[in-house]
Ligand binder design. Sequence first.
Ligand code: CP
Length: 317
Amino acid sequence: MNHFLSRNSVDELKPLLEKARQIKQNPFEHATLGKNKTMVLLFFNPSLRTRLSTQKAALNLGMNVIPLNVSQAWGVEFEDGTIMNFDKAEHIKEAAAVISQYADIIGIRTFSGLKSKEQDYGEIVLSQFVKYATVPIINLESATVHPLQSMTDLFTIEEYKRKTRPKVVLTWTPHPRALPQAVSNSFVEWIKKTDYELVITHPKGYELSPQFSKDCTVEYEQGKALEEADFVYAKNWSSFSEYGKIISKEENWMITAQKMALTNDAYFMHCLPIRRNVVVEDAVLDGPNSIVIQQAKNREIIAQTVLSELLKNKSKF
Ligand code: CP
């Protein structure tokens, strides 16, 4: 693995999940693997879990970490060949090359703007960093995917599953703000490569990009989708076809205890942060089958797994 950008960065997932299991048992076994190595974490957008879990994972490996809120640095121009006489003071070509002088690994969080499908799905920020940096890049959630979250979700399902082929339901839920599709795209991208039964449910008009949902089962009746589910993964996303828009509020799509009763005693999952009594009612989130905190704990384990791989492979980069 040279970079960790999406599911495509991982050839063999099973050994990585096994490695994650070992790290969870003994997180300080390789406490000097990252000695004298530095990770720079660039945040174009807010974060609680990704920032802290990735930092903690790096510290467990003996790395130094420098987080930077990019809004406090110079504005970066990402297009090649532009005349830079507007507000952007620095080109990605220099910025990425300079950061690479200080960093052995660079983590980048850069959300979709939800204005231009072409720009977002072109992943310009991430791809320009990959092009111009000279060290490995970790995607901390980009415009279209959130691989650290999805690998964590998969690892968590592996920990909690009660049968070899669980039914996993990704359900759209209401939200007052237009949110990116990244977490949902990514969840589908990772889960569809397993042998789990995956069902996606959402109101009409919220179809995910075919780039991710191709060949997936989509059920427009939420109640039907939830029947016999072993895991319910709740997430809001804005429309892909009417790009970035909330096309209907569908407040009755909130996950309730009544709906969870349709399932096979399913575990409730969400990447967090979550809006209580909008996305899910308190009774579910505070109930015994909610594993959202365990999921968040596993973010550290998966970040450490990915960092270990990148540090080991760095000599080949
Ligand atoms: N799930 C997740 O990525 O959380 P943060 O946005 O707080 O990092």
